[in-house]
Design a protein around this ligand. Structure first.
Ligand SMILES: Cc1cc2nc3c(=O)[nH]c(=O)nc-3n(C[C@H](O)[C@H](O)[C@H](O)COP(=O)(O)O)c2cc1C
Length: 391
């Protein structure tokens, strides 16, 4: 059992930022830091660990892809790092997610009899312990630095989320050939994990081929991240993605028995198109600011989308979710469930499945406290009266 940690310091972060930019304040370049990490054969923590230790170990594992900044707000050294862990362009879409969520406040209500709230929800027929699941995140090598194998990563995300009573996620990275996707599904199936699978907006026949494979792995639901249809993704290793027409959305919905959720919806009119196509759900998401640069933050546009959908499909949302209060805010703005991406990835690198379970349980505990302090006995009781929306 290992408990050695490094302390985060401003100097450490500045040095890393400078190294990324090709200079060095500390005398250590990013390349040297990476080499020295490799030389030390740093591995995720196992056994008993604290959340701070998980974050410190994740920093050692992931630099220079991710610096595990005190706040993950899109303003760290990862700006513009896609592939990597940052956002597109100046990372303004990533920053907008953080800023729009930070601008929403919670109304404290303490005259009631809510003592032990129920944080569980029904997710397409499966009871989960809290309204947050793992977001699909792909690219262990080109996005995360390659310190975990594909199998380790799937085991960490899905095993950890399942330990905490919620769902993991498996991605279909645009840069990954079919056999990599198949191996991820094999890990899922072998271990009987409860998870969702995220598909790329490939050609219809290629999506359908991957749908069949996902169905055989016994998963709960599928997402297609429509927002990955951009130029950068198209150019990757000859694999083709495309924007979808309303007819193509309908075709995809009909093509699988699994609930199909369209991810990357950022306007009420496109939410309406998804509802009309028969989608089981949508994810209000700008892909963590990683596809189209300079989009608004998800918390800013969620209420208008929720009003438009008006209960006709399941609404999910993601964007810099780090705390239980963030879950309550997103639900107060109209979501039925949330996803967390980067924070789960970091927890996986810091402490594998135990690190992921630690983070998930922390979210659940924080949500329970927030529900008591806002007077929500169940997740369905969380409503717009509980949030203050900026004008
Ligand atoms: C490294 C990385 C890889 C990602 N890969 C995928 C993917 O393959 N499919 C997908 O739908 N979204 C992908 N996403 C987007 C996430 O699912 C999520 O929408 C986004 O990260 C916002 O959540 P966050 O702010 O909690 O990270 C990826 C995000 C990151 C950071």
């Amino acid at each position: 059992m290992e408990h050695k940690t490094i302390q985060f310091s401003r100097r450490n972060l500045l040095g890393s930022a400078a190294a990324l930019a090709g200079t060095s304040l500390t005398g250590i370049s990013a390349a040297q830091a990476a080499e020295s990490a490799e030389a030390q054969k740093i591995r995720p923590l196992t056994g008993k660990m604290t959340y701070e230790e998980v974050r410190n170990r994740a920093r050692q594992m992931m630099m220079p892809r991710c610096y595990v900044c005190p706040e993950c707000n899109g303003r760290g050294p990862c700006i513009g790092q896609v592939p990597g862990f940052g956002g597109m362009g100046a990372s303004r879409g990533f920053q907008a997610n953080y800023d729009s969520l930070a601008a929403v406040q919670l109304n404290s209500r303490v005259v009631h009899d809510v003592h032990v709230p129920d944080t569980s929800i029904d997710f397409f027929g499966t009871k989960i312990s809290m309204p947050v699941i793992a977001a699909p995140t792909g690219g262990t090598t080109y996005n995360m630095g390659g310190k975990l194998t594909e199998a380790e990563f799937v085991n960490a995300i899905c095993g950890g989320c399942n330990k905490a009573g919620t769902l993991g996620a498996v991605a279909d990275g645009i840069g990954d050939p079919l056999d990599v996707y198949e191996k991820r599904l094999q890990t899922l199936k072998k271990n009987g994990y409860k998870a969702i699978v995220g598909l790329k907006p490939r050609l219809q026949k290629d999506i359908m081929e991957r749908m069949r494979l996902a169905e055989q792995a016994g998963i709960i639901a599928l997402t297609v991240d429509l927002d990955s249809a951009g130029r950068a993704a198209r150019a990757t290793k000859g694999q083709t993605v495309e924007p979808k027409t309303p007819e193509q959305l309908k075709e995809l919905v009909k093509a699988s028995k699994l609930p199909l959720i369209f991810k990357g919806i950022m306007t009420p009119d496109e939410a309406e198109l998804c509802v009309n196509a028969g989608a089981a759900g949508i994810v209000v998401s700008n892909h963590g600011g990683r596809t189209l640069a300079d989009t608004p933050g998800t918390a800013a546009i969620l209420p208008q989308i929720a009003d438009k959908v008006n209960g006709r499909c399941f609404i999910m949302v993601d964007g810099t979710l780090a705390r239980g209060t963030d879950i309550e805010k997103y639900l107060g703005l109209g979501a039925n469930c949330t996803l967390a991406g980067r924070h789960f990835v970091r927890a996986a690198h810091g402490g594998l499945d135990d690190g992921v379970a630690l983070f998930a349980n922390r979210l659940r505990d924080e949500l329970a406290v927030a529900m008591v302090l806002t007077g929500a006995q169940t997740v369905k009781d969380i409503n717009r009266n509980m949030v203050v929306i900026p004008h």
